[in-house]
Design a protein around this ligand. Structure first.
Ligand SMILES: [Zn+2]
Length: 232
């Protein structure tokens, strides 16, 4: 199937415009691909010009899908009923396995992470970060985004996400019965991930480098903290 790009997309919009408004001269049409997090698109008619903005994730969509989307957007613009077949075709495309998967990936990288703010119900991650920063990093570490995950995962107690520069701790740690020391240790571990990035040795990826492990040993009451986590 053919892939629609720039000029081809303009032609599609011109064609759909003529079908919907046969008596109105077709305006100048400008198509822009934008880096949206979702498969979004919008049209605007302003000063006799039709502005089409589409997520760049749609640039690879086959022509009939781009056309279906044009029918949806222009019908809405002119307050006409959206043809059911266009809705159906566009939705079916978004549901294709590969399309869904690549949208998920884009959303992960570009979208906002859904995390709860650092001031949890029982532990405050910003306050804890500053104390650890002062004690172990001479206060020199720039504070990343901090937050609690919505899922109370036991398998992943925390992680540092370089694409968002964020440290996210599992909601399971924000409980009254969770000792502050256990939370501090998990946070410290993830601060070390920020401090000592992943190293690549050929094809091997080293997440916990030697320097990382040495630094982790500096944590006071390390054994006690690890024992607390085992009991979670
Ligand atoms: Zn780790």
């Amino acid at each position: 199937m053919e892939i629609a790009q720039g000029a081809a997309v303009e032609q599609i919009y011109a064609r759909v415009f003529r079908e919907l408004r046969p008596r109105t001269p077709v305006p100048a049409i400008q198509v822009q691909f934008r880096r949206y997090a979702n498969a979004n698109a919008q049209v605007k008619l302003e000063d006799g010009r039709l502005d089409v903005r589409m997520a760049d994730t749609l640039a690879a969509a086959p022509e009939p899908v781009i056309e279906a989307l044009a029918e949806i957007l222009l019908s809405k613009l002119f307050r006409r009923p959206v043809p059911a077949s266009s809705n159906e075709r566009y939705r079916r495309y978004l549901n294709l396995r590969d399309v869904r998967r690549s949208l998920d990936q884009v959303r992960q990288v570009r979208g906002h992470k859904r995390v709860r703010p650092p001031q949890g119900e029982h532990h405050n991650l910003e306050e804890m970060f500053e104390e650890l920063n002062f004690q172990y990093f001479h206060g020199l570490m720039a504070r990343p985004t901090l937050g609690w995950s919505r899922q109370a995962s036991r398998a992943m107690l925390g992680h540092y996400d370089p694409s968002h520069n964020a440290i996210v701790l599992s909601g399971i740690l924000d409980r009254k019965e969770t000792d502050r020391l256990a939370v501090e240790y998990v946070l410290y571990h993830d601060m070390l991930h920020l401090r000592y990035p992943v190293e690549h040795h050929g094809a091997r990826r080293c997440v916990h480098t030697r320097a990382f492990k040495e630094a982790e040993k500096q944590f006071e009451r390390l054994k006690e903290a690890k024992a607390l986590l085992r009991r979670l």
